[in-house]
Design a protein around this ligand. Structure first.
Ligand SMILES: Cc1cc2nc3c(=O)[nH]c(=O)nc-3n(C[C@H](O)[C@H](O)[C@H](O)COP(=O)(O)O)c2cc1C
Length: 202
């Protein structure tokens, strides 16, 4: 198992996978990496659909642009749950944090006074929700690398068609696909900006 630094340095977007299936234990560790991610007000809005059989992957085959996605032995459909942003859900998560002595009752009250959607249908997913999901997905990608697996973030897919193809409930919004499998390629590091191009001097 690679350490954190090694996994960050070794991770690449993998677009060619071996046909070797990924064992359930490894996939469970990838799921666990998502589960442990931090999120705003601890709302944990990520939901995952795991497609592992050829039949399951075939269901989404014509919703993706790049065929490699469904050639991976496992594909995670990484979704947001609108339900996680309604008042009742947020208050539940805040109560847990008060109970765990993470935040004070006063701080929780301050959040309760915020304007929040009361019903799932009223939810417009905030930017911070996408940050939450992004953290969870990158945890998954790094855990996959640490376990010797490859993965690739994929946004190039038809969201509406995929939603329909998997008969997802209306509160579930598919955002990113993460195909996972043993790499059948070992690409060199991709181009990156230099240190001084990303650190702004003030
Ligand atoms: C939000 C996001 C969306 C991406 N969408 C796609 C995609 O649809 N298809 C694809 O082949 N790669 C996709 N990528 C992978 C990027 O192209 C890749 O991360 C970038 O070129 C750097 O290469 P590396 O991941 O190997 O370091 C995406 C990456 C991110 C973070």
């Amino acid at each position: 198992m690679l350490n954190c630094k090694e996994a960050i340095e070794k991770r690449r977007s993998i677009r060619k996978f071996s046909v070797e299936p990924v064992d359930t234990e490894a996939l469970e560790q990838v799921i666990e990496a998502a589960r442990l991610a931090p999120s705003g007000t601890n709302r944990q809005p990520w939901r995952l659909v795991l497609l592992t059989t050829p039949e399951e992957r075939q269901k989404i085959a014509d919703t993706v642009i790049q065929p490699f996605v469904c050639e991976a032995p496992a594909v995670f459909v990484c979704c947001l749950d609108r339900e996680a942003f309604v008042r009742l859900s947020v208050e539940k998560r805040m109560d847990e944090l008060v109970e765990a002595e993470v935040i004070s009752r006063e701080a929780a009250q301050y959040i309760y006074q915020r304007k929040m959607p009361e019903k799932t249908e009223e939810v417009i997913i905030p930017d911070s929700g996408y940050l939450d999901l992004g953290i969870a997905i990158q945890n998954m990608a790094l855990m996959a690398t640490a376990l010797g697996l490859g993965s690739c973030w994929v946004r190039l897919f038809d969201q509406q068609r995929l939603h329909k193809a998997l008969s997802l409930p209306s509160n579930i919004v598919p955002v990113v696909l993460l195909p996972v499998g043993y790499p059948a390629q070992a690409p060199p590091p991709r181009p990156r900006l230099k240190r001084d191009e990303i650190v702004i001097k003030i």
